[in-house]
Write a protein that binds this ligand. Structure first.
Ligand code: PLP
Length: 409
């Protein structure tokens, strides 16, 4: 049973290259010297965040929808994220109607992006499962075909086109792949292990939803109760039956990363590689930076699977990242409450070329000593040592301030 499935995935994936090659981008790869140094090997990034619709998901959607051309009048999908945009785009390419059911909690930017590809968006339910039920109902009513997000041979084969491309672009000893429901890793492992059986295929999951890891341990697909994660694209309750079967035969290892590691990877990729990735897209780099991959002396390919991050989440991650490295700090202290005192404090701050991002000036709270005001400054500083110099200078002039790294005033 598995051998036949594997063979079909490889054959279909090779066939999918034509349509995916025509309507999606051949995404670039690039060597990262900083990551190579950290890995003690050679690290190559595959920039699937630059793919059409912002993620690899369009590959599977294109191949699946292309096969339905002329057979059905429309397609339906349920998704809060990248699958929605992939299916919407793929249907518009083939002139087919598409209905995408999204949970009411889906972000406005994703809803708008999906609509912009010409899909009819139906908002239904609070969670994915409710949206899924509605999508199946619409498929039945209208006679449309339901497009699964990962547990489908054509979808898996479409995602596998990334591996054919990769084989032409880079040599690898290890390929690192984010895992949601497992469609991407099943496609990559299917192709890779047939063409280059020695290459290790490593999956990365968030600790918030380690469903593939636990399923592999259990020897069968099991469900987890997912927690919210920065890597929302990797949050599914359970791997697929097909994706689990393929992973259990072909994937070498699954590692997990926590929320802090994911956030740091997003920050790192933006600052060092000028690459905007969403949490799911940064999972491979998160695993590397956290020392969870055995990369010494290896050629490692990491797939940056998507870049559709909500900008408010990105803002939070950047503020946290900047405060962690000491570029954003908080100074708090008391100043005598008479005119000119705050001005003097700010002059000292300005003299050190620090920039005030936010300020709190409170003279009412009962905890504040009489005739004083509490001042909290959120500052952007060139480095942590500059912030320390500011605190010293303030102390020399009689203002007692303490320094914290932090992003809230
Ligand atoms: C950016 C990104 N990476 C990885 C994945 C995981 O893909 P799969 O569900 O095929 O494992 C997803 C799924 O939505 C995704 O959006």
């Amino acid at each position: 049973m598995f051998d036949r499935l594997w063979q079909t995935v490889v054959e279909e994936s090779e066939r999918a290259r034509e349509v995916v090659g025509r309507y999606a981008h051949r995404t670039p790869v690039g060597l990262s010297s900083t990551l190579s140094r950290i890995a003690g090997g050679k690290v190559i990034l595959k920039y699937e965040n630059l793919q059409k619709t912002g993620s690899f998901k369009v590959r599977g959607a294109l191949y699946k929808v292309s096969q339905l051309r002329g057979k059905v009048s429309g397609v339906v999908a349920a998704s809060a994220g990248n699958h929605a945009q992939g299916v919407a785009y793929a249907s518009s390419v083939f002139g087919m109607k598409s209905v995408i059911v999204m949970p009411e909690t889906a972000s406005i930017s994703k809803i708008e992006a999906t609509r912009s590809y010409g899909a009819e968006v139906v908002l239904h339910g609070r969670v994915y499962d409710e949206a899924l039920e509605k999508a199946l109902e619409i498929a039945r009513e209208r006679g449309y075909e339901f497009i699964p997000a990962f547990d489908d041979v054509s979808v898996i084969a479409g995602q596998g086109t990334i591996c054919w491309e990769l084989l032409e672009q880079a040599e690898a000893d290890m390929v690192v792949v984010p895992v949601g429901g497992g469609g991407l890793i099943a496609g990559v492992a299917g192709v890779m292990k047939r063409l280059r059986p020695d290459v290790k295929v490593i999956g990365v999951e968030p600790e918030a939803a380690p469903k593939m890891l636990l399923s592999l341990r259990a020897g069968k697909p099991v469900s987890v109760e997912p927690k919210p994660s920065v890597a929302d694209g990797l949050i599914t309750k359970r791997p697929g039956e097909l994706t689990f079967t393929i992973a259990s035969h072909l994937v070498d290892e699954i590692v997990t990363v926590d929320e802090e590691e994911l956030s740091q990877a997003i920050y790192f990729l933006l600052e060092r590689k000028k690459a905007l990735t969403e949490g799911a897209g940064a999972a491979g780099v998160a695993a590397l930076l956290a020392g969870k991959l055995r990369t010494e002396g290896k050629r490692v390919v990491i797939i940056l699977s998507g870049g559709n991050i909500d900008l408010t989440l990105l803002h939070k991650i950047l503020m946290r990242g900047l405060s962690k490295v000491g570029r954003i700090v908080r100074l708090s202290g008391y100043v005598p409450d008479y005119p000119g005192q705050l001005k003097r404090v700010l002059e000292i701050v300005a003299s050190k070329r620090a920039n005030v991002l936010d300020i709190l000036h409170d003279r009412v709270d009962v905890s504040i000593p009489p005739w004083h005001a509490k001042v909290v400054l959120l500052l952007e500083v060139p480095s942590l040592s500059v912030a320390e110099e500011i605190v010293e200078q303030l102390a020399r002039e009689g203002y007692s301030f303490s320094l914290e790294r932090g992003s809230r005033p």
